[in-house]
Design a protein around this ligand. Structure first.
Ligand SMILES: NC(=O)c1ccc[n+]([C@@H]2O[C@H](COP(=O)([O-])OP(=O)(O)OC[C@H]3O[C@@H](n4cnc5c(N)ncnc54)[C@H](O)[C@@H]3O)[C@@H](O)[C@H]2O)c1
Length: 323
């Protein structure tokens, strides 16, 4: 594909920074918009001094046209909108702030796109938009019914993206990520992925904390596979909603055993009460991305965990730990 000018909101975060890597590797020009509330410019350090990357610190709860660097930016071919607060628990404590970041932020991005003649916005939605009725796998037509303000604001964002498609001739798409994991995921974030937390606990020799009985399931998808899917959606001009997962269900107990099994000593487990807004079973039907976008995951859970552990061990050594 020809070189394009692309904006990535949330590009200093976990998934966003992998997306930036992929896009610049394909020789696109990328402008990252991020307020650094949970992301870090360290995630973009590979591109320091490379003119294909620009960074603007901006809070998307404010209109993007209010930022001179954004207003004066030239052509924009596509906006990947990933900026969000990903903390489901905080979305109960402070639903207004969640609405600002996870819904009004989307509206600000869409208005900016419309004003600037950018016709394509690719949005990072979530499996949190779905109802929990215990049935899996979940395809895109499965009933929605979010269990948290976070999921509700993601669903509202999807709705407004569709409306801009209809009324402003845009080609917008929402990708509903299941549980994403991989290098750079921050284990310190209370709602960050369980894989990053388990790996960190194993490295620190701490007992693994499991909420509930551990028989709840999730569909864990490696971050590089998520990024490939988003970029394919951009290249193919995807519209509507798409699941991004693997189609494989893994219990938290199985996950804990797999991760702990990769270390010399298994630190053991502690169980705590279930967390609010969590579902019992989760597994994507990924037929639509396979059929319409001709793409699917190609990293097994074992391989993805191995690559993630290697990254955390390197980080740990760089921090001065014994690894
Ligand atoms: N990690 C997952 O498993 C998962 C699952 C479903 C959906 N998602 C979605 O994927 C996207 C990326 O998530 P992530 O895991 O990389 O999280 P992350 O916290 O690492 O990244 C989010 C980024 O958005 C930035 N940000 C937050 N509020 C902002 C604001 N008001 N203005 C500008 N920037 C802001 C943060 O600084 C951060 O860099 C989010 O939209 C999230 O909801 C993630």
């Amino acid at each position: 594909m020809d070189m394009a000018d692309i904006i990535v909101t949330g590009g200093a975060g976990f998934i966003g920074s992998h997306l930036v890597d992929h896009l610049i590797d394909q020789d696109h020009n990328v402008l990252v918009v991020d307020d650094l509330s949970s992301g870090s410019t360290e995630n973009l350090s590979r591109w320091i001094g490379d003119e294909r990357l620009r960074f603007v610190r901006w809070d998307i709860t404010r209109p993007l046209d209010g930022c001179e660097d954004l207003r004066s930016h030239g052509r924009i071919d596509c906006i990947f909108h990933l900026a969000a607060r990903i903390d489901v628990i905080t979305s109960f404590d402070d639903p207004l702030d969640d609405a600002m970041r996870n819904y009004i932020g989307t509206l600000n991005v869409l208005e900016f796109a419309r004003n600037r003649g950018c016709e394509q916005v690719i949005f990072s939605s979530s499996a949190a938009v779905f109802q929990d009725n215990g049935l899996v796998p979940i395809d895109e037509s499965f009933p929605t019914g979010p269990l948290s303000p976070y999921g509700f604001h993601k669903l509202m964002s999807e709705g407004i993206l569709d409306l801009y498609d209809l009324h402003h001739g845009m080609r917008n798409a929402s990708f509903r990520f299941f549980n994403v994991y991989g290098p750079r995921q921050d284990p310190a974030n209370p709602y960050s992925g369980v894989i990053s937390k388990f790996i960190r606990m194993c490295i620190d020799g701490e007992r693994l904390i499991i909420f509930g009985d551990g028989e709840q399931t999730r569909d864990f998808v490696f971050v590089k596979d998520v990024v490939r899917t988003l970029v394919r959606g951009y290249e193919k001009g995807a519209t509507g909603q798409y699941n991004v997962g693997t189609g494989t269900e893994t219990t938290i107990n199985e996950l804990a055993a797999t991760i702990a099994g990769g270390f010399d000593t298994d630190p053991g487990r502690d169980h705590k009460g279930e967390r609010m807004g969590e579902i019992q079973r989760s597994c994507a039907d990924i037929g639509r991305i396979k059929k319409e976008l001709d793409i699917g995951p190609d990293t097994s859970l074992c391989d993805g965990i191995r690559r993630t552990v290697e990254w955390y061990l390197d980080e740990y050594k760089a921090e001065g730990g014994n690894g």
